[in-house]
Ligand binder design. Structure first.
Ligand SMILES: *Cc1c(COP(=O)(O)O)cnc(C)c1O
Length: 412
């Protein structure tokens, strides 16, 4: 007899909420708002606090609705466990805060989400050394490794210029040097790419973006792939060295990061994000289809000086994107010809919304240098390939003919 096939990505995700047999046979995990949990036997309460028994103690650390969402993400990323946070930034910040200390060194991609760039600069003020390198080339990462290097951080497809990191090359490098490999998968989401396949030890997802997908709730999550040997890592506190050494790192993040720093995801947001995640694959397939059509259109258009989109043959990492990802993403940036005023262009758009955020169902456009990358200053912007006339587009799921017509009229 043939073995029973494990369910696919969508089937598993759609049925994940009912695994714990929730009350009344409900199909959605209920929104549990209780901050505290009662124990008939006070000894059991103590056992939960001491980690000898699993259970809920306080809403800052655990909540049934949030746990259900964490389980969904763990399944999507093919990990072993996940911890959710109030935002994607909180996930990244809590990870570094919990696992590194003054005197440690981390290597980061220089093509980063703006707030992550700013956050890493703050960590340098607390004594953590940071080197920014071109992560499209694993050799550049290798050249930056020092005796005190502990962690390498990169995004999959960078925003807004869409550089694709050498994800497999960096993974091999981290494995051979015993470095913690953290991949921010927000831009690709687990439907396009699973960082566990290239050796990532931790995967970051901003749930606010594609996974939630509707721009109606903030959230972030960290998934442990269970592949790092924490026994050889000096920063784990003795009290967290319990059980299998592959779980110590996430335990420390739960305690030092979630519990002590306290950027907890609320149950209402968790519910919105869980419902949104049910259509992740459908939305992304459609948004990526639209993005490719738009990129082809801009590529031919005389008023567009440059299009950055990994689905174009002209993109420097086109082949890598094709090899690694199901689709080349739904985010792109376009450099308008110098004759066009970027604000006039945006104001002329009818369906496309001038807005920050990405991964929404709606197509959103933003003039990068004047908004999200403004604080960085002109030099750092130039080093990241961000010109004053660069527009970032997060392509949504509208009807493609309407999007093409809208951009066409706004450019004429
Ligand atoms: C948005 C974003 C974040 C931060 O997520 P928030 O939920 O907004 O805090 C981190 N990384 C990337 C790549 C992002 O796009």
């Amino acid at each position: 007899m043939s073995k029973k096939q494990p369910p696919g990505f969508n089937t598993a995700n759609l049925h994940a909420d009912r695994q714990g047999k929730p009350e009344h046979g409900v199909l959605h995990k209920p929104i549990h708002t209780s901050v505290a949990f009662e124990y008939d036997d006070a000894r059991e309460l103590a056992a939960v606090f001491q980690g000898k028994k699993s259970g809920f103690n306080y809403g800052r650390q655990q909540n049934p609705t949030v746990n259900a969402l964490q389980d969904k993400i763990t399944q999507m990323e093919n990990g072993v466990a996940s911890v959710a946070f109030a935002t994607g930034m909180a996930a990244i910040g809590s990870l570094i805060f919990s696992l590194l200390k003054a005197g440690d060194h981390l290597i980061s991609s220089s093509f980063l989400f703006g707030n992550t760039n700013s956050l890493l600069n703050t960590f340098t003020r607390l004594g953590i050394e940071v080197t920014f390198v071109d992560s499209t080339d694993a050799d550049q990462v290798a050249a930056a490794i020092q005796e005190n290097t502990r962690l390498v951080f990169t995004e999959t497809i960078a925003n807004p210029v869409t550089q694709v990191a050498d994800l497999a090359g960096i993974g091999a490098l981290c494995a051979s040097h015993g470095l913690i490999y953290v991949v921010d998968n927000t831009m690709t989401s687990p439907w396009l790419f699973r960082p566990a396949t290239v050796g990532a030890n931790f995967v970051v997802n901003s749930l606010t973006k594609y996974i939630g997908g509707h721009g109606n709730a903030l959230g972030g999550v960290l998934t442990d792939t269970g592949t790092f040997d924490w026994a050889s890592f000096d920063n784990i506190l003795d009290t967290y060295k319990k059980g299998d050494a592959s779980s110590w790192g996430l335990t420390q993040v739960r305690k030092k990061g979630l519990r002590d720093f306290g950027a907890t995801l609320g149950p209402e947001a968790a519910h919105h994000l869980a419902v949104g995640s049910e259509t992740l694959a459908l939305r992304m397939d459609r948004a990526c289809f639209n993005a490719q059509k738009l990129a082809d259109f801009f590529h031919e258009h005389p008023s567009i000086a440059k299009v950055n989109y990994p689905g174009l043959l002209s993109h420097p990492q086109h082949q890598r994107a094709r090899t690694l990802f199901r689709h080349p993403g739904a985010l792109m940036s376009i450099d308008l010809d110098a004759s066009i005023d970027c604000f006039d262009f945006l104001n002329n758009l009818e369906h496309v919304v001038s807005s920050s955020n990405l991964g929404d169902t709606r197509t959103l456009a933003i003039p990068v240098a004047h908004t999200i990358f403004y604080e960085m200053g002109p030099e750092r912007r130039a080093s990241m390939g961000v010109s004053d006339n660069l527009i970032r587009l997060s392509v949504g799921i509208e009807d493609i003919d309407d999007l093409l017509a809208d951009f066409s009229q706004a450019l004429s």
